[in-house]
Design a protein. Structure first.
Ligand code: SF4
Length: 141
């Protein structure tokens, strides 16, 4: 589907899973609702506190909750001051626009969460996109 769109010069968001519908996977939703409950708020690295944005183990299944079982205490770890992950995650900056990209910050020595995991925006751009000079790069410039 993506290749057909690319060849036709189209860029559309489409659902291609034949059994999917607008309500999603109802059985999976039931199981998630049974095991988890909504957190009032959660601090995401690079984004800060976002209300109703995360789950935790529900009271009914609390014996499996490591946070409760081991009485963990959350301690925030501030992002490196040079890191612009928040802006990258919000689409305000491109990874290569960060001054640390590919110099002080690499997959081997990441400064921010966007460079840590393989699906992070900075890591993906470092791995696959940093030498690209195709239409995507030109459009963004
Ligand atoms: S390149 Fe590194 S320092 Fe810059 S935004 Fe990405 S993760 Fe943060």
């Amino acid at each position: 589907m993506l290749l057909r769109q690319q060849n036709a010069g189209r860029h559309e968001s489409r659902r291609v899973h034949p059994r999917g519908d607008a309500r999603g996977h109802l059985r999976a939703q039931e199981l998630v609702a049974e095991v988890f409950e909504q957190r009032e708020t959660f601090e995401w690295r690079g984004l800060g506190e976002v209300p109703d944005s995360a789950l935790r183990i529900a009271s009914a299944t609390r014996k499996f909750d490591a946070e409760r079982r081991y009485s963990t205490v959350y301690r925030a770890v501030p992002d490196n001051k040079a890191c612009e992950c928040g802006a990258v995650l919000r689409g305000l900056r491109r990874p290569a626009e960060c001054r640390a990209f590919g110099t002080a910050c690499t997959p081997e020595m990441p400064l921010g969460s966007c460079m840590v995991s393989s699906e992070g925006a900075c890591r993906a751009h470092y791995t696959y996109g940093r030498f690209r000079t195709d239409r995507m790069t030109e459009v963004a410039a």
